[in-house]
Design a binder for this molecule. Sequence first.
Ligand code: UFG
Length: 347
Amino acid sequence: MRVLVSGGAGYIGSHTVVQLVAAGHEVVVVDDFGNAKPAVMGRLDALTGTHIPVQAFDLTDKDKTERLFATTQIDAVIHFAGLKAVGESVQIPLDYYENNLESTFSLLRAMRRHGCRTLVFSSSATVYGDRAPVPCREDYEPLNASSPYGRTKVIIEQVLRDVAHTDPSLRIAILRYFNPVGAHVSGTIGEDPQGVPNNLMPFIAQVAVGRRASLQVFGDDYPTADGTCERDYIHVEDLAAGHVAALAKMATSDATVSTWNLGTGTGTSVLQVISAFEQAAGRPIPYQVVARRAGDLPAFWADPTRAHEELGWRATRTIEEMCADTWRWQSANPHGYEDLPDRDDAG
Ligand code: UFG
């Protein structure tokens, strides 16, 4: 199958590209390189042993999206592209609504015009809001995210259900990610956040490599075993495998829309992550406990049963592997992709 991967130069997108090629798919990447670095593409070529074509534009540009579909036969789309920083979305909500919604509309229209009927959408566990029972199940309602970022995911999920209702030949997978971490085992691709990382694992990795002096732990007075928040960290390679499994399932499924959690089903505390990372890196991670961060839930993890039963997929990598692979990437690339030459056609 020829698969268009929007946001294919980004963190989860790039890992998924490698697995799609390994599974025998042909990949075309579209990325506006707003958050991703063009240098990723050279690494993907090296990892896949093939040249991955890339188009550098923003999917909110309807004409360019239309031209892409008019000139390239696309069998399926995996739609990662979008803005994703929870805190930033509170500051610039219109940018988030405009970018995340418009890019999806533009894709859906081009898909319809050109007979492309298979779509995998990157949703987030954030759609469960703060009232869903833990472990979270896909049938929970009402979805109720607490940030503009999260609300773009809730709205797009609804749009996809509405669109699917109009065309029974569509095959749409909504994948709700828990906390993606880790890197490809080669250490050549990984997470490369711009500026100060918002998320725990890249922040720890930057402390370990000496880019930042110490980590702030947001609260140790939660009602959890060690007082720090518990999350469902999932290795990005397991997550990528979930996308390949979803594509395979949709090829034989009668369902127009399917929703699957991609998580491990277990919670790990902030202090446990720090400890596992210290083991992996063989060095201490200095940290101070500070006040709680607004909006953080005490404990949150997936019920991954549906994905296991329907996709035959299960996350297998441990928190130790997640830390070891993150460290391999970060220690080999202390400044991310910054120092790498760009491939000519990207960016
Ligand atoms: N944390 C710290 N210090 C930091 C960063 C994070 O102590 O510097 C703590 C947080 O308080 C939280 C845990 O580490 O307890 C995980 O925080 P992350 O920011 O890594 O992840 P979140 O669970 O807050 O957010 C993630 C995704 C969002 C998504 C959300 C809900 O990043 O995109 O899960 O599913 F919306």
